[in-house]
Design a binder for this molecule. Structure first.
Ligand SMILES: Cc1cc2nc3c(=O)[nH]c(=O)nc-3n(C[C@H](O)[C@H](O)[C@H](O)COP(=O)(O)OP(=O)(O)OC[C@H]3O[C@@H](n4cnc5c(N)ncnc54)[C@H](O)[C@@H]3O)c2cc1C
Length: 388
């Protein structure tokens, strides 16, 4: 693993960053990883692992100090997502979703909103991001959830589909259309909905292929009255907020996918170095070495690219959408290929639930679908080369 150790050394973490990474690694190895298979089997929401993360104050990594956090570089946040996801992809996405849902509040919220809501996030409150609807997936502008102003309140009607932490989050960032704006894109607005809002209900968690411990639920809003003070920005600011937020959550999805890919690579190489057939370890067959060479090369390149994207963001760049799409596309395609090949290298044992690679392959698939399917990301990247 020399190439990966060198990449890690090049990151040159500050001592306090390294201390956080060491603490996360310890909790990941000692608490999260040993519970992952059980949670996958029972489909229980993994409160024990979420509480272990909260014991380290990890939401504070992205919440400004004035609101109870102790923020660090985005690169460190991505490294944390990767370590947690390597141990348990469900826990990894629950943690990352706190960032995805609440970062727009940090970037676009008013001082009053931040003072009121962010200390709850810093203290370990769960966040959620609700965009997708039954008939509005890849094209989010087709959403029909309606925000109707009514005095000091906004009345929300409609529904959302497939929302991560929909039933467990304390604060949900919900996108909908402002009833008084007659424009499919220009009407999109963003509202923070608090868990116990009357008229808001989260449905039963979906029975999923992977990430089975993460609660993915439909949401329904029936005359739900949300204080107008929870509107982010102005009516109609939603699309701008949505696009800016996705650019920062997509590298985080890449980190989640790389965590899964790293777990599969470690299991695969360990198994290939012990399993013997025809008198040799299966890692000694040249065909299998070519497979390892391809996978290790792509893993190293994806890691290096994600470092590049993180450096852009930490450096204050604002135009990094295509770079973020490349990271999401390549990391998630790699996670799927890596986990599928890891199952293959385990032979029949890879198909048996006793081996972690079976779960990793199921967990990897969603990374190609959410936060923009990979078809959509290929379009975004390709379109960027068309001259205007
Ligand atoms: C486990 C899970 C968790 C999720 N968590 C969240 C969440 O927290 N918040 C949230 O808002 N959403 C969430 N989603 C929703 C997810 O982001 C969407 O499923 C995804 O964006 C795709 O939308 P869709 O399912 O409606 O598929 P569709 O958009 O209907 O796509 C179907 C197929 O058509 C293809 N396609 C669509 N449009 C085009 C096009 N223009 N060109 C080429 N091909 C195209 C797609 O690539 C795909 O292969 C989650 C989904 C799952 C399964």
């Amino acid at each position: 693993m020399k190439i990966f150790d060198q990449l890690e050394r090049r990151r040159a973490w500050e001592p306090e960053e390294q201390a956080i990474l060491d603490a996360v690694r310890r909790v990941a190895d000692e608490v999260i990883a040993p519970k992952a298979a059980g949670f996958d089997k029972s489909c229980e929401f993994p409160w024990a692992t979420v509480e272990a993360l909260n014991g380290l104050g990890l939401n504070g990594l992205f919440v400004p100090e004035a609101y109870g956090g102790s923020p660090m570089r985005y690169k460190l946040y991505l490294a944390v997502v990767k370590i947690i996801s390597e141990a348990c992809a469900s826990t990894g996405i629950i943690y990352a979703t706190n960032f995805h849902g609440m970062k727009p509040l940090i970037d676009f919220g008013s001082e009053e909103q931040k003072l009121r809501l962010l200390p709850r996030v810093a203290a370990g409150g769960l966040g959620s991001l609700a965009i997708t609807e039954l008939n509005a997936g890849s094209d989010a502008t087709g959403m029909t959830t309606r925000f109707r102003p009514d005095g000091d309140h906004v009345v929300v009607d409609g529904g959302k589909t497939f929302i991560t932490s929909g039933s467990t989050a304390n604060l949900l960032l919900v996108f909908g259309k402002w009833s008084e704006i007659d424009d499919a894109r220009g009407a999109i607005s963003a509202l923070i909905v608090e868990k116990d809002t009357p008229g808001f209900t989260a449905g039963r968690p979906e029975d999923k292929m992977g990430l089975r411990a993460s609660a993915t639920t439909p949401l329904s809003f029936d005359n739900a009255r949300v204080p107008r003070g929870n509107l982010l920005g102005q009516p109609g600011d939603g699309l701008r907020i949505l696009l800016a937020s996705l650019n920062k959550s997509r590298p985080s999805i890449a980190a989640h996918a790389l965590g899964i890919a790293i777990a599969a690579f470690k299991d695969m190489t360990a198994y290939m170095n012990t399993r013997r057939q025809s008198g040799r370890r299966i890692a000694e067959f040249q065909a299998n070495q070519f497979l390892l060479a391809d996978l290790a090369s792509d893993l190293a390149l994806c890691e290096a690219w994600l470092d590049h994207v993180a450096d852009l963001i930490d450096g204050g760049a604002t135009d990094f959408g295509v770079e973020a799409s490349i990271a999401k596309l390549r990391a998630s395609d790699l996670a799927m290929r890596m986990t599928t090949d890891a199952v293959q290298m385990h032979g029949g044992y890879g198909y048996i639930r006793d081996y972690r690679v079976e779960r990793l392959m199921r967990d990897a698939k969603i990374t190609q679908i959410w936060e923009g399917t990979n078809q959509v990301h290929r379009q975004l990247i390709g379109r960027s080369f068309v001259e205007k």
